[in-house]
Design a protein around this ligand. Structure first.
Ligand code: KG4
Ligand code: ZN
Length: 337
């Protein structure tokens, strides 16, 4: 089955084509226009999706050497995300499905991230523990089967990526700043300052990043020279605290629930230092770490098309009445016992 995937949940416009779950072509445009505002401007994002999406679909078809008549189904992100942006992708998907009389399926963006490591690891099989760290979400999910998920932990305030982005803006590195923070942090000295580790000393598997972000802002106010003289050091110490905040609950969950595989996904999974620290700690826990290739960590349409294909194999089609949902919950999500 040839599936066209469409992703427009936030500030990345993306399209991809899969044949029986295997990637034929993919394209992505990051909307850098938001950088000057220090965050995504929803109305501008929707308008940019509107101009970028159709030529992008034509491009993925051409790259896959296919004609539009050969598409057999359309998968599109239904949520969570910015409602205006979601509606652009959904309207396009409905138009294609209706005009060609082919099946349409709405995909949960978070479910796309959960399985995105399967492009690198096609034998990825549940059960596994997933640490999903993106700009909008930070969750620990036990994946028992496709569509059977346990919520083990989540952030109580900011998402991990949001903390990287806010600190990047505070340091004048623009938006989104995760990759720029990592780049600078590489040259930093870790003994410069100790920033607080969220939820340290508490039981459970939740995360917290708001205190860390505030501590960086407070430090910058108290030490006006820090930006000029210690930018790399400050970012290295921030990054280390953020990574430790992710590591502690994750390792606890891995041990307590006896998972042997940890799958890292979402934009922050691109962070090399996070991967390095997890690799090292997991060796001691006799568990293996899997993660997507860099282009499948951040938002992409291949992961949406893949979930769409799995859904269609299970007969999970949607009608033209399907709409976007800004806070769409992960399907099949149960609390952990
Ligand atoms: O998954 P994603 O593309 O979008 C959401 O669904 O939110 O994640 C984007 C997030 C942004 O916050 C970005 O700053 C962060 O991922 N990010 C990184 C790195 N690359 C992207 N954070 C830390 N280190 C990186 N190398
Ligand atoms: Zn995402």
């Amino acid at each position: 089955m040839i599936v066209l995937g469409i992703e427009t949940s936030c500030d990345e416009t993306a399209a991809a084509i899969l044949r029986d779950g295997a990637l034929l072509s993919t394209a992505l445009a990051t909307q850098w226009l938001h950088s000057r505002y220090g965050g995504v401007v929803p109305e501008l994002a929707s308008r940019a999706h509107l101009t970028l999406l159709l030529p992008m679909i034509e491009q993925v078809l051409e790259n896959a050497r296919l004609k539009s008549e050969q598409i057999e189904a359309v998968a599109v992100t239904r949520g969570p995300g910015l409602i205006g942006s979601l509606l652009v992708g959904i309207s396009m998907a409905k138009g294609i499905a209706y005009s060609r009389q082919i099946p349409l399926t709405g995909v949960n963006h978070l479910e796309g991230h959960l399985w995105s490591a399967q492009f690198e690891h096609p034998d990825l099989a549940p059960p596994f523990l997933a640490l999903l760290v993106s700009g909008g979400h930070t969750m620990l999910v036990g994946v028992e089967a496709f569509g059977d998920y346990r919520l083990i932990g989540q952030t109580r305030d900011d998402a991990a990526g949001e903390a990287f982005d806010k600190v990047a803006v505070l340091c004048g590195l623009g938006y989104p700043g995760g990759a720029a923070v990592e780049e600078k942090a590489r040259q930093g000295n870790l003994s410069y300052h100790k920033f607080p580790v969220g939820m340290r000393g508490q039981d459970g598997y939740d995360f917290s990043f708001a205190g860390l972000k505030t501590a960086v802002a407070t430090h910058l106010r108290r030490e006006p020279g820090a930006l000029q003289n210690h930018l790399e050091d400050l970012l290295a110490c921030f990054q280390e605290a953020a990574i430790t905040s992710l590591l502690e609950p994750t390792l606890r969950a891995l041990d307590d629930f006896k998972y042997r595989t940890l799958v890292l996904s979402g934009g922050v999974a691109a962070n090399g230092r996070l991967r390095e620290c997890l690799e090292e700690r997991l060796r001691q826990h006799q568990a293996k770490l899997l993660y997507p290739g860099l282009s499948y960590c951040t938002d992409n349409a291949a992961m949406i098309a893949w979930i769409g294909w799995r859904r269609l194999m299970l007969g999970q089609k949607d009608g033209l009445e399907m709409s976007g949902e800004a806070n769409l919950p992960l399907p099949g999500l149960r609390p952990h016992p």
